[in-house]
Design a protein around this ligand. Sequence first.
Ligand code: CO
Length: 170
Amino acid sequence: MKSTFNISAIAIALAFTISACGGNTQTVETSGETSIAETPVSPAATETTLTLEGNDQMQFDKTELRVPAGQTITLTLKHTGTMDKNVMGHNFVLLKPGTDLVAFGQKAASAVVEDYVPASESANVIAHTKLIGGGESVTIQFTVPEKGTYDYLCSFPGHYAIMKGKLIAE
Ligand code: CO
């Protein structure tokens, strides 16, 4: 993955920098004791990448997502099944704190022409993807500014009872 590579590259670059300018640090252990390299603090990492999968069994593969508050989150929703979106459609809808997930799911279910994310509920939605079917994927970016626990769901009719989870911003 792109961001994983970038983080690794940064870590390697940082380690090199430390060893290059640190003089007597990072020396090879000869006493037989094992040294544990400290993990460098990630310098101003500003992007988090998540993947969430939905399948033909009406399931998300994760019921908990952890993200850093205030950072740009890149989320890819992937439908690993083969069924059409009119039958087994999936989306990702992240709700604002205090929004009743069941009430939202019920209202969303009737919003067919809006792909089940009704504009009338937009004040309760932090971010959402479009609706996808089997073999499709979609990527969105969003930010969760406040630390806390947020509900997410698939708002396709009937799915929210099972296809839901918590996004924890910390
Ligand atoms: Co669904």
